[in-house]
Design a protein around this ligand. Structure first.
Ligand SMILES: O=C(O)CCC(=O)C(=O)O
Ligand SMILES: [Fe+2]
Length: 273
């Protein structure tokens, strides 16, 4: 049996974000603003969604789990997620690999009474996110490893350029580093029918000119459509780690990540190699 959870309004700023009140004008206005942002920029970020003291608590919980977390550290192509790549000529953007290094705290490692899990399982939030994305159906992932997870990046760590394999990602930044660790992206740089390699090559060569860097502070809930929008997190600088929580939902019930991907992750668990 679970212990009584704290009231959700102690965790989420429901005065600013009344995600539990469909029909309320403030709810509908938030939905409209969010849909417009997603359509125009592939990203909608809600500052101060999680109350500051709880943000610090969530970050501390994840830092405590760091010794148990999985290490991922290898260069990756933005296209190779689950699809072994054909060979591409050396100067093609698709032939380029980007360093990727971070630790991941997995779903089963996060406590059942964690406020992070309370947010993930809070039904009104799932309903709001479903409407925001315009989906008829919306389910939490059932992946024991990745349904709810966190990426923790220390000095030098980075999440290389990639597309996401799912349509949309929900994240909460919990701790920002002193410098670096910036989320950069190119909204809708590709479409379903056009990879737009020329623009992708320009992005890789000069992200300073070609990427957006949205202001995302600890406590923001960010909704991001990463399937068509190339993105990365730049290397972290300094001792303070970047910590982000990631929530997985899907339009189909009962989703898991592929066993091959999970096995790859598990190789990064401590005492495995
Ligand atoms: O760390 C972030 O803000 C984004 C992470 C990301 O792009 C991913 O997990 O696919
Ligand atoms: Fe991503």
């Amino acid at each position: 049996m679970s212990v009584a959870a704290r009231p959700i309004e102690a965790i989420i700023d429901l005065e600013t974000y009344p995600v539990d009140k469909p029909g309320d004008p403030a709810y509908e206005a938030l939905l409209v603003a969010g849909r417009e942002a997603l359509q125009a920029q592939a990203l909608f970020s809600m500052p101060g969604f999680i109350r500051a003291p709880v943000v610090a608590e969530m970050a501390a919980e994840l830092e405590r789990l760091l010794p148990q977390s999985c290490r991922y550290d290898r260069p990756r192509s933005p296209w190779d997620y689950g699809n072994p790549e054909a060979s591409w000529p050396g100067d093609h953007p698709r032939a380029r690999k980007h360093p990727c290094a971070y630790n991941q705290v997995l779903n089963f490692q996060i406590g059942n009474e964690s406020p992070l899990r309370q947010v993930y399982y809070w039904e009104p939030l799932a309903g709001f996110l479903r409407r925001l994305c315009g989906y008829d159906r919306f389910y939490r992932s059932e992946c024991p490893h990745l349904a709810l997870s966190s990426k923790i990046a220390a000095a030098g760590d980075t999440d290389g350029w990639h597309y996401d394999s799912n349509d949309v990602v929900f994240s909460i930044l919990l701790q920002a580093p002193d410098a670096g660790g910036v989320f950069e992206y190119a909204p809708f740089i590709r479409s379903e029918s056009d990879e737009n390699y020329a623009a992708v090559a320009e992005l890789f060569d000069d992200p300073g000119q070609n990427a957006l860097r949205p202001a995302i502070a600890p406590g923001n809930l960010t909704v991001f459509k990463g399937d068509l929008s190339m993105h990365r997190v730049t290397p972290v600088e300094g001792d303070r780690r970047r910590i982000v929580a990631l929530f997985c939902y899907d339009q189909k019930p009962g989703t898991f990540f592929s066993q091959a991907y999970i096995e790859e992750l598990e190789q990064g668990l401590p005492n495995r190699s």
